[in-house]
Write a protein that binds this ligand. Structure first.
Ligand code: GDP
Ligand code: MG
Length: 467
């Protein structure tokens, strides 16, 4: 993920400030160096990095911290605001009738993003349709149609047509019932005049409300030139950064945002239609700094809840998980919901205090409840009594044997499940005790200022170089 190690390296530096009430010039110097190193490693443009570090330095040394604020909270707050400024606002996307055109190079993730964005709008109660205009790539039609099926949205394409402009014309007419039209286009290996001509003609015909540039997070500084060309030809209103689930750094995409004077609209974090997030600068940076992202977490939980609702009588509230009394019933419920929410390590990044710090200390497989393990765990749990589910500590060897027989699973698996439960329980306890005072205070303050809505409303701050 972008600037992946910024959070953990910065936390180390910040920890040295614990107990201090004033910042020295050296303290600030060290923090700024840490940030520069991470940003440059992530391919962020040098001049952007320099502007950012100057701002942080000046503010940290010249601004007067509010009375009684520990140095650590004070500087964390400044870093947070400046980073939010660096990534800029989120592209505006009102929930109203509109046409969105996707542009970008071959393989950047346009077709996948078209389905993801359509899915996202459908979850907001809109009726989206995808119009597929790629007549160059064999299989583009099938791929797009399949993705639209998975996203459960309308689709228009014409396998036999060879004129994308004609497809757009027919497609706009055929999708009249839709609220949101997403026009997917062909890409090329490189940016050439032919691609530019084609996309201009498509743009003319579709007359979109927004043009989004799709950029692979792995793309380095060449993203800048690409962005500039698209900006000149059709104008870019927002950027979709894809493949953030990989090892990619994302700095190139930030350069593209800067180049087009636009903003980030969506983040893609996987190959499935659900692997999409609306970009929220404050939550994104909070997560990066290990402060969690309550807004995104809530959104995922709500979505998972809607899907689990039919099966479940009790509401599942992520707060419960943080309160400590963690039974096998909770674990089962959470496995169901988690399964629908996405990979556990992504979720953990969104829980305040969980990302970075504690997560880094866990053995790699501590939270690794894979689908396959979940299935066998579920079978095992079905063979447990209510009492056992509520008090797993009371399960002895005799019960293990019985449960194994009843579920047709090896005893080893039963013990593994109990072990997993213990590990999760311990982690939660560790989290409760481990979230340090500074961070807790910081979170409280942010929530107060954000009007209680998680981290929402905190943005704005830095006034960085992005539009
Ligand atoms: P297009 O040529 O721009 O339409 O790109 P596609 O949508 O066909 O994507 C190219 C490849 O990247 C496909 O194999 C996708 O599954 C994959 N892909 C797209 N977005 C993501 C993402 O966010 N994460 C991962 N891991 N893969 C992605
Ligand atoms: Mg495509």
């Amino acid at each position: 993920m972008v600037l992946d190690d910024l959070g953990s390296s910065l936390r180390g530096t910040l920890d040295k400030l614990r107990g201090k009430s004033r910042l020295s010039e050296e303290d600030v110097e060290e923090i700024v160096k840490e940030i520069q190193r991470s940003l440059l490693q992530a391919d962020v443009d040098v001049s952007l990095v320099m502007d950012l570090s100057d701002n942080i330095k000046t503010r940290a040394l010249e601004e007067e911290p509010p009375k009684g604020t520990p140095a650590r909270d004070f500087v964390l707050r400044i870093v947070y605001e400046e980073l939010v400024g660096l990534v800029g606002d989120s592209t505006e996307l009102p929930l109203e009738n509109q046409t969105i055109l996707l542009a970008g190079l071959y393989g950047s993730g346009k077709t996948t993003s078209a389905a993801k964005i359509a899915w996202w709008f459908s979850k907001k109660g809109m009726r989206p349709a995808i119009i597929q205009t790629d007549t160059d790539r064999p299989g583009a039609y099938d791929q797009s149609k399949e993705m639209a099926r998975r996203a459960e949205v309308d689709f228009y394409g014409d396998e036999d047509a060879d004129d994308p402009v004609q497809i757009v014309r027919d497609g706009m007419a055929a999708t009249e019932d839709a609220d949101i039209r997403i026009v997917d286009t062909a890409g090329r290996d490189g940016l050439n005049q032919e691609l530019i001509d084609q996309i201009e003609r498509i743009e003319n015909e579709a007359n979109p409300d927004r043009n989004l540039l799709v950029i692979d997070a792995a793309m380095g500084q060449s993203a800048k030139e690409q962005a500039q060309k698209f900006e000149e030809s059709i104008g870019i209103d927002g950027v979709v950064i894809t493949k953030l689930d990989g090892t990619a750094k994302g700095g190139g995409a930030l350069a593209a945002v800067n180049e087009t004077g636009s903003s980030i609209a969506f983040l893609g974090t996987g190959e499935e239609v659900k692997d999409v997030e609306r970009f929220e600068p404050d939550g994104f940076i909070s997560r990066l700094l290990g402060m969690g992202d309550l807004k995104q977490l809530t959104e995922r939980v709500e979505r998972a809840m809607q899907e689990t609702q039919a099966e479940d009588d009790e509401d599942w509230d992520p707060e419960d998980m943080l309160k400590g009394n963690f039974t096998l019933k909770d674990m089962k419920k959470q496995m169901d919901a988690m399964n629908k929410m996405g990979p556990l390590d992504q979720i953990m990044d969104m829980i305040p205090g969980f990302g970075g710090g504690i997560k880094d200390q866990l053995p790699d497989d501590a939270m690794d409840v894979t689908q396959e393990r979940m299935r066998s765990f579920e079978v095992i749990m079905d063979s447990m009594t209510d009492k056992e589910m509520e008090n797993p500590r009371g399960i002895g060897q005799k019960q293990v044997e019985r449960i194994a027989r009843g579920s047709g699973q090896p005893e080893e698996k039963v013990r593994e499940l109990l072990q997993q439960h213990k590990m999760m329980e311990r982690t939660l306890k560790q989290f409760q005790g481990g979230m340090d005072g500074d961070m807790q205070r910081m979170m409280k303050k942010m929530q107060q200022q954000g009007g209680g809505g998680g981290m929402g409303g905190l943005g704005g701050g830095g006034g960085g170089p992005f539009g």
